[in-house]
Design a protein around this ligand. Sequence first.
Ligand SMILES: C[S@@+](CC[C@H](N)C(=O)[O-])C[C@H]1O[C@@H](n2cnc3c(N)ncnc32)[C@H](O)[C@@H]1O
Length: 302
Amino acid sequence: MISDISKAEQRLCTRLGLNDDDAQHLIAAMRAGASSRAAIVLSPKAPADYVPPFACEDTSSVSWLPPRVYIPKEGERPTAHVDYSSGLYYSLDLSSCWESAPLSVVPAPATSLDMCAAPGGKSMLMAARYLPQEHTANEVNAARRGILKQNMLQCGVPNVTVTGLRPDQWAAEGKLFDLVLADAPCSGQSLLCKGIRNPGCLGAQMVNGNAKRQKGILLATAPCVAPGGHILYSTCTYDPDENEKVMAYILKRVPGWQAVEVPILSPFRSSLVDFPCYRLLPRHGFGAGGFCCLLQKSLILS
Ligand SMILES: C[S@@+](CC[C@H](N)C(=O)[O-])C[C@H]1O[C@@H](n2cnc3c(N)ncnc32)[C@H](O)[C@@H]1O
């Protein structure tokens, strides 16, 4: 039983509507910093019959697991293997894989844009699900863009162009995509559960600043989507202001969009709003946690 709960921890748990047990679990996880779970996603370079050269968990009961994703057994070090440096697989947090599960209901896009792409995890997960026909991996930060380019090259992601435009510049371009990934910059509260220091991430100032930026990114992203196309929004933070409330804002503010049900994620459905969106917490046992929501643009805009 945690007795010295801080105001910021209490505020977060109250806003998430957690019961006492779940609140205690989340606070303990944020303090312990031990909820990371490594995963790997096979790259386009890995042949269909490729098997990772280390022991992996039996994932037959994990219905949401994206294709070509494996969970190495505890103690395995996938990044120490030569197949990793050869680009046969990419290493990332399991929560990040969970955030891409809504793609299970999205048809293979002819054109796709990863608006906030570096270091490249979501583009890699997308390439594992359906080889992109024409994919743009975009990153505004030049240093991170270099890493993104290197990762795309190393893992042999085909038909990909790496760009560095701001979301408002994309909106001005007038190009339409079938699918846009918006894995938005956020306060990163789940980093605490991975043992990474993140001062101020529970505070209103950090949360509000990020929520404003996320709304701006999505307002600029919406016009870049073709009629009938999708935006997959995700974050690695818990605060509803950066998640459910951002989605509610976009659905209200931008005509012709709806949130789409993702049946395999139904156990994770958020109870904070009445439209479908999903949140993962450390107590689920699949990593540090995150949020995702799939939005679809109407075919006909009035
Ligand atoms: C959560 S990270 C993306 C992680 C990446 N999708 C992956 O799976 O590897 C968010 C990214 O958004 C970028 N970013 C920061 N501010 C931005 C803005 N105003 N518009 C678009 N992207 C931004 C950051 O540089 C960062 O690389």
